[in-house]
Design a protein around this ligand. Structure first.
Ligand code: NDP
Length: 303
């Protein structure tokens, strides 16, 4: 009698794209953990080997050199300190046929130059700008995401894998655009933080608890930031007088009050004066009836 019984088929786990990660700093480690948790085989390399040990214990393969790590998988993600460190780390690696995704923070020109550099070495290239801090990585509702630009084909092919640690936003085939979006948003944050710090300084010496003051700041800033849409409308039409609610002449006059209040509270105005100077210049140029958006004209250098 023939035995017709068969053992139940063991379900094959879905295959996840294996990848190499260069850099086990705070961000690199967070990225690697997210990919490992999602079942992606990860080969990691870090200049200082001790820093990659924890990831090794968590299931990553630790490579002895960047060249060895690059040889391990087609998809190579670099998350190093700056663009120079990417060049140094990859100096001896064979990038032929590799898909290099560089999420190291850099400038738009860094992104473009690195793309040409990667192409000359036979690799496809995607640049990335991470809009998240490490605790937001691998947390689906954290709001963190990464701007990508460069090879659209590479992005499409690895979209699912790239979406594991954080959301993705592809901003075009110009490899400089991810960095451009990244630094533009970071620049906006600088301005926002300047404003928050100035406000806290103004109330610092008074009997006003920072913890009670903070929600007022948050609500105010949230209520005001949609002004960016009005700015965009004016920039696109070139008409800075369109739909003006708070004209420049009034704002510049109000700046005198802001400066006197800072003086009275014993607070340096240094965080708020740059925009005041620019607004005063724009007013002196005859744009008092317009919105503050026209200050952009003073910032952009015409080449
Ligand atoms: P860390 O300082 O924690 O890590 C830096 C990494 O770069 C380490 O792996 C370090 O290696 C490596 N490195 C530095 N110089 C070189 C070099 N010359 N050659 C090879 N490797 C080098 O930084 P993060 O991990 O936090 O940041 C990594 C990238 O992520 C940066 O571009 C950062 O701007 C970006 N980013 C970080 C965010 C954050 O909040 N942390 C937020 C958004 C973006 P070693 O251990 O040997 O020093």
């Amino acid at each position: 009698m023939t035995d017709t019984t068969t053992s139940p088929a063991t379900p094959t786990p879905p295959t996840r794209t294996p990848l190499t990660l260069l850099g086990a700093g705070a961000m690199g480690t967070a990225l690697a953990r997210a990919w490992l948790a999602a079942g992606h085989p990860v080969t990691v390399w870090n200049r200082t080997p001790a820093r990659a040990e924890a990831l090794g214990a968590e299931g990553a393969t630790v490579a002895a050199s960047a060249a060895e790590a690059v040889a391990a998988h087609r998809l190579v993600v670099a998350c190093l300190l700056d663009d120079d460190s990417v060049g140094e780390a990859l100096a001896d690696a064979d990038l032929t046929g590799r898909d290099l995704v560089n999420v190291t923070t850099g400038t738009p020109e860094d992104g473009r130059a690195r793309a040409a550099w990667a192409k000359a070495r036979g690799a496809r290239f995607l640049d990335g700008g991470i809009m998240a801090v490490p605790p937001m990585i691998g947390v689906p509702d954290s709001g963190g995401y990464v701007f990508y630009s460069g090879s659209a084909a590479l992005f499409e092919e690895h979209r699912e894998t790239l979406a594991v640690p954080a959301g993705t936003s592809y901003v075009g085939d110009d490899p400089g655009f991810a960095a451009l979006h990244d630094v533009a948003l970071l620049g906006a944050l600088d301005g926002l933080f300047s404003g928050l710090l100035h406000a806290f300084a103004l109330v610092r010496r008074e009997d006003i608890a920072p913890k009670e003051f903070a929600p007022l700041l948050v609500d105010w800033v949230n209520a005001m930031t949609p002004a960016a849409h009005q700015m965009a409308e004016q920039l696109e039409s070139g008409d800075y007088g369109k739909g003006v609610v708070s004209n420049l002449a009034m704002l510049v006059s109000g700046n005198r009050i802001m400066l006197r209040a800072a003086e009275e509270q014993g607070v340096s105005p240094e965080l708020i004066t740059p925009l005041m100077w620019l607004s005063a210049r724009r007013l002196a140029d005859g744009h008092g009836d317009e919105d503050i958006t026209g200050v952009v004209e003073l910032l952009v250098r015409r080449g």
